[in-house]
Write a protein that binds this ligand. Sequence first.
Ligand SMILES: Nc1ncnc2c1ncn2[C@@H]1O[C@H](COP(=O)(O)OP(=O)(O)OP(=O)(O)O)[C@@H](O)[C@H]1O
Ligand SMILES: [Mg+2]
Length: 242
Amino acid sequence: MIEALNIHKRFDDLKALDDASFKLNDGEVVCIVGPSGSGKSTLCRALCGLEKIDSGKIIYDEKAIDFNNTNDAKIVHQKTGFVFQHFNLFPHLTVLDNLTLGYLQNKKGSKEEAKALAVELLNRVGINDKLDAYPGNLSGGQKQRVAIARSLMLKPKYLLMDEPTSALDPEMVKEVLDVMKDLAQSGMTMLIVTHEMHFASHIAKRIIFMDEGKIIEEASAFDFFNHPKSDRLKQFLSKMLY
Ligand SMILES: Nc1ncnc2c1ncn2[C@@H]1O[C@H](COP(=O)(O)OP(=O)(O)OP(=O)(O)O)[C@@H](O)[C@H]1O
Ligand SMILES: [Mg+2]
């Protein structure tokens, strides 16, 4: 289980996270939605140690994590795969090398084992024919599927995704959402920041609504859309097309 407890994060006067707490239970898929600037990415970045928090606790499997401690940071990175809006693939490396780099750096196995796993994962995301291609020669949807395959190389227990489809052309969104659906159905524990409301309503066990750094409401997917409680969420949903 991943837990965030009373997280506060300021950028000067701006409260990016204001007493945010939530839990991600093993085997659960939770989506985070909310308006632009509400703190969703900051929360994701805090959970992977890319953003230092001012106060509060981040707990992975009952262990409070101090990202200043390299051992703690290592624990998080071994347990968790991260996928961001802008792929972050290395442009000078082939798809295969993008996938195997972290595996080999972490001494998880031999080059042959790394390649076999990479091929298996690329098969899973439907692009096993792109092993030797460079990211620059892939479509956005293909790049993101490579990024997802890469995030699975260390066999993570958790997958954290921050708007994995929002930089994609509309016709490529579905191929990435399908891969995410497949992962969810395989039992992967996932936290997904998304603007895809229709997708969230189908895939999420719970949905969290953030605004102004706060977690305003948390509900089952059904209740979230059919029985929103707070005025802020009602207003947000009324402006959404889904
Ligand atoms: N490095 C930074 N320095 C200063 N302010 C920042 C920084 N990162 C984020 N912020 C601010 O913190 C607030 C929360 O930003 P965040 O990126 O978490 O929002 P978000 O919910 O992910 O928005 P979006 O849906 O547009 O991605 C915003 O007001 C943003 O401008
Ligand atoms: Mg964001």
